[in-house]
Design a protein around this ligand. Sequence first.
Ligand SMILES: [Zn+2]
Length: 109
Amino acid sequence: MTKDDFIARGRRINFGALPYDLAHTVVICAFALAGWPISIYLPDSMVWAYVAFLFAGSIGYLWWSKRVDRSTGLLCHTCNRPMVRQAAKMAIDSNACPHCKKPAFAPEA
Ligand SMILES: [Zn+2]
């Protein structure tokens, strides 16, 4: 994808519709902190089940978030990793992928 194609595609995507990372992080942390007072009243087995739920939920969230980022099609020309949000701005400014530091866009035809 050339830089012009990347910018045009980025404009078509409503970045506000992408997962709102900060809100999701606050919700996950709220669940984690809620476990503290709850753990006083629950047996150890339930507390460990809760910890496992939090861990699996965090891993699942990361996996889902990466999938959504890839679905935008805004990928590095060299390493094929998604460049969205701040990474997209950095790539457009520098022409280099923030992940692999190599050229982010295909040469103009
Ligand atoms: Zn790259």
